[in-house]
Ligand binder design. Structure first.
Ligand SMILES: CC(C)(COP(=O)(O)OP(=O)(O)OC[C@H]1O[C@@H](n2cnc3c(N)ncnc32)[C@H](O)[C@@H]1OP(=O)(O)O)[C@@H](O)C(=O)NCCC(=O)NCCS
Length: 453
């Protein structure tokens, strides 16, 4: 028996388990190029999608029907012009466009049925006409106006895969031909998906023919492996003259998705067997991943920031959430503070104070009230924990009066005063009687994939 191969297998299974736990209950929006249906691996791709669904990941499927529409229109001898990759859909073409779109969706539904997966094709998309742009009437070509997200969510929660053909309806029931790429983006945004996939018939984003920003890694087969959202912005700015190219369109949508809170967008090759699961269950993706930089907007504080930091903290001090800190207190440990800032405006701050027993205290965590519930607090805490790991600390602790429940989500657990570092025990205010929460970084180090993938 080859022990090395067995060891590798065990490692793969361990990694897969950690990802399964991580993504259970999360929503993945998957847009699949319809032309892949004729590819020998189509059955395997749908089998993998069905597996993901059975593992507890909520799947939304959007088939692209462009090649099938081309086929049907050609057989009916109807020609349609395309401008910037958008089809102008005349009234007489629309019944055939609908027919082709539903045909592709039906074929995906059949493949899911073969894998014992419940799926539904619905009319959950409201659309309106694109109208006349620069003198061109796009006729029955439309754009997404609204999605009935709560209806889709309840389908997902009951274990059904909703399939969305690229058709949307006006309020009076008139059908429009909409872009399946745009539809996938809108669904991912409105359902706050964890991941958005574009499974293409041409691979990831090829660097060939594009002006690539510095620092972007291009693989030996010329595919751009990763782009942070700011790099995607630079890519778009440098290649403005190519708006109709499919790769340009996908990077645009991926960038917009990152701006709307989707952490990761994957553009992968549907012609390669197992590409989807490899992309999800391994640390090294094989297509192009466009992702929001989790540390974007975070920076270390400096002396000039103190008045602004006190401004954010003051109302929370008054409400008893935070201890009073003077400018001089903050000044003394200014290197410990980090800020979350957007376009020069301070939204939140936090600090990591290091103690001699290799523990760290998360303190002065404050998010400006105008900006709460946007995930800023979470980003600050995750960043401070990462800093603590980098500094080689064994644990982080914090004192809180009213925010214990919020911290539990990160894995903090309640401890006693005796567990604090000796110097902190001396200053513990028994009158304030704060709860003490602790997070073990040794356990954290053993957990696979925290904050990375
Ligand atoms: C706690 C705090 C940092 C959260 O910041 P934030 O940017 O709003 O946090 P996030 O957006 O990451 O998380 C928001 C979620 O936490 C929940 N939440 C906020 N405060 C909470 C609390 N005290 N207890 C439990 N849950 C809380 C919100 O209801 C929201 O829930 P939802 O996602 O289900 O809608 C912020 O509200 C704050 O500054 N509080 C006062 C200061 C404080 O308590 N600091 C900690 C002492 S060190």
């Amino acid at each position: 028996m080859d022990m090395a191969a067995l060891h590798d297998q065990a490692d793969i299974i361990r990694t897969a388990f950690s990802y399964i736990n991580r993504f259970k209950g999360h929503t993945f929006v998957i847009r699949v190029e319809g032309s892949l249906l004729t590819h020998p691996f189509a059955g395997l791709l749908l089998k993998d999608i069905a597996l993901l669904q059975k593992m507890g990941i909520q799947i939304v499927l959007i088939p692209g029907a462009r090649s099938r529409i081309d086929e049907v229109l050609a057989s009916e001898k109807i020609s349609c012009e395309k401008i910037n990759n958008i089809r102008i859909t005349p009234e007489d073409a629309m019944p055939y466009v609908e027919m082709a779109s539903f045909d592709v969706s039906n074929r995906f539904m059949t493949l899911l049925a073969e894998n014992n997966c419940d799926a539904i094709i619905g009319n959950f998309v409201k659309a309106r006409r694109i109208g006349v742009l620069e003198g061109v009437d796009y006729q029955c070509s439309g754009m997404v106006e609204k999605i009935n997200a709560s209806r889709v969510t309840s389908l997902l929660e009951s274990g059904i895969i909703p399939i969305f053909p690229n058709i949307g309806w006006s309020r009076t029931g008139k059908p429009y031909n909409i872009s399946s790429n745009e539809l996938a983006f809108t669904l991912a945004r409105d359902l706050q998906a964890t991941k958005l996939f574009f499974i293409t018939d041409f691979g990831g984003i090829s660097a060939k023919g594009y002006d690539i920003p510095e620092g972007v890694y291009v693989s030996s087969d010329t595919v751009i492996s990763q782009l942070t959202a700011p790099q995607a912005r630079q890519f778009l700015d440098r290649n403005r003259e190519k708006p109709g190219a499919p790769a340009y369109e996908l990077v645009t949508l991926a960038y917009r998705a990152c701006q709307e809170g989707i952490d990761r967008v994957h553009i992968i090759d549907g012609r390669v067997e197992g590409m989807l699961i490899k992309e999800i269950f391994s640390n090294r993706g094989l297509g192009t991943m466009i992702y929001s930089d989790p540390h974007e907007n975070l920076r270390t504080a400096s002396h000039q920031d103190i008045p602004d930091m006190l401004r954010v903290m003051q109302p929370l001090v008054e409400e008893g959430f935070l201890l009073l800190r003077t400018g001089a207190d903050v000044e003394k440990a200014i290197g410990d503070y980090i800020l979350y800032e957007v376009d020069g405006t301070l939204h939140g701050c936090g600090a990591l104070h290091v103690f001699s027993d290799k523990s760290g205290e998360i303190a002065a965590l404050a998010v400006d009230k105008t900006y709460t519930n946007f995930g800023i607090g979470k980003k600050i805490v995750v960043y401070l924990i990462e800093q603590a790991v980098k500094k080689g600390l064994k644990r982080v602790f914090l004192l809180t009066t009213q925010t214990a429940d919020w911290f539990l989500q990160f894995g903090f657990a309640e401890v006693t005063v005796a567990d604090l570092p000796p110097e902190k025990q001396k200053t513990y205010n028994t009158k304030r009687n704060s709860l003490i929460l602790c997070y073990d970084l040794e356990i954290h180090r053993k957990k696979a994939g925290f904050g990375a993938e």
